[in-house]
Design a protein. Structure first.
Lengths: 221, 216
């Protein structure tokens, strides 16, 4: 094979990758934050709602989970502005998409967590005279969070990896930076090796941090 | 508008056939590779275990899109020329294989150790132990998540559109390029993907319920 590794051009353009990684993280954090709010509100609503509300929430969850993210990204960026009078940048469009997308996955995570909270805990809360709202804030949500943390960590990391799809609408995140270097320097193997390493290190750093959080909450039991 | 969409339907159907073909190839190839490597991970000698573990953790740790560009642009760079269709299938298969390895590890790991020991005690060889004792039991735990994971393969196949392959996603984009009817066509495309994947996840849920009696 006549391919000699040469990383010089990668380091010369490393700002494309580094800046890209920071943007990837930013996209992930904002989308996940919005997604968590969507997920929590809908999950709490779902477990106490009537049949119609449940059907609507379930429809949202099932629809999003069974459609490719890339299609949703195109739909929001190229499709939506043709029917509603809205103008937004590619990053905003992607954050919007990933928020709605992560919301659907997080509703599922939170819902199954809420259903796993032991009945006795809620009865105990009632017995010491907590109002329904207090039971939710002080009993249900904290217990649910502890149960769902491992599943939550996995979802967060997979959403971070999903930010690579933003490159298809030219959001200059990490995958886009890698492609730019690929097309402009042709140091193909090198750039994807470095990009792979950057995704791996970031992903495992997130996993490690989340595992620490999990352990901390387990100890508090 | 409706006329244009009806006119485009045969073209979309061709793209849909490519989507199904890619998904089928990926699912079958990854099942074979994943089961073999998964057995290697659980029962293999230590160097093999490490190799499979590193493979699986690396592949699952990067975005599927990066893996696809790596394979598509990287293979020719080192002198391997695959048609783009097969490069895409290879990348998606690598990704799915890592998932199958983990399903298999989970399923086999859930079988109590005593089963293996009992099989050993009655003198079954390694292959007999797998065929008659471990796999029939592990199968029931393997199937539901695996079928659920087939939906990931169908969704992942939409990425091959980025390599210029005319799958359903690409067909939708091309029809939009001609008709400028973006929203109806994206929704139509989404509904087609939804129909396939929702059917698969319903099947997975049914199987899970069907096999729920083994939750001792």
């Amino acid at each position: 094979m006549g391919y000699a590794l040469n990383f010089n051009l990668i380091w010369r353009h490393f700002d494309k990758l580094w800046g890209g990684l920071l943007l990837s993280l930013e996209l992930a954090v904002i989308s996940i934050a919005i997604g968590v709010v969507i997920g929590l509100v809908l999950a709490v609503w779902y477990v106490s709602a009537g049949r119609i509300v449940r059907a609507v929430i379930a429809a949202y969850v099932e629809f999003i989970r069974n459609v490719p993210l890339i299609l949703l990204v195109y739909l929001v960026f190229y499709g939506l502005p043709t029917v509603v009078d809205l103008a937004y940048s590619a990053p905003t469009s992607f954050v919007l998409t990933l928020s709605v997308y992560s919301g659907a996955y997080l509703v599922e995570v939170f819902r199954s967590g809420l259903e796993a909270v032991p009945r006795g805990q809620l009865d105990a809360g009632k017995a010491i005279g907590l109002t329904p709202w207090q039971r939710l804030i002080h009993v249900r949500l904290p217990t649910m969070l502890r149960i769902t943390l491992p599943a939550l960590s996995n979802t967060f990391i997979s959403l971070f990896k999903d930010t690579s799809i933003a490159s298809v609408i030219s959001v200059p995140e990490l995958t886009f930076g890698a492609q730019w270097i690929n097309f402009n320097t042709f140091r193909i193997v090198e750039v994807y090796l470095v990009t792979t390493a950057m995704y791996l290190v970031t992903g495992y750093a997130m996993l490690f941090a989340l595992r620490l959080v999990e352990r901390r909450f387990r100890a508090a039991r | 508008m409706l006329g244009q969409i009806l006119y485009a339907l045969p073209f979309l159907a061709e793209g849909f056939a490519v989507t199904l073909w890619v998904s089928l190839l990926v699912v079958v190839l990854s099942l074979i590779a994943g089961v073999l490597l998964g057995v290697g991970l659980v029962y293999g000698p230590v160097p093999l275990r490490w190799a499979v573990r590193i493979f699986s953790d690396t592949i699952r740790g990067i975005p599927i899109l990066v893996l696809m560009f790596f394979v598509y642009y990287g293979l020719p760079a080192i002198g391997l020329h695959l048609p783009s269709f097969w490069a895409a299938v290879l990348a998606l298969t690598l990704f799915k294989t890592a998932q199958v390895i983990e399903y298999l590890r989970g399923a086999v790991g859930s079988i109590p150790k005593g089963q293996s020991e009992a099989a050993m005690a009655i003198g079954l060889t390694f292959r007999q132990r797998l065929t008659y004792v471990i796999f029939p039991q592990a199968f029931r735990r393997f199937l539901p998540p695996w079928i659920n994971g087939v939906t990931d393969a169908v969704k992942g196949s939409a990425l091959v559109s980025l390599l210029g392959i005319t799958d359903l996603m690409q067909a939708v984009n091309q029809v939009i390029g001609r008709t400028y009817e973006a929203m109806p066509l994206y929704i139509l495309g989404a509904l087609i993907y939804f129909a396939v994947n929702y059917a698969l996840s319903l099947a997975s849920r049914r199987l899970e319920r069907r096999f729920s009696f083994i939750r001792e």
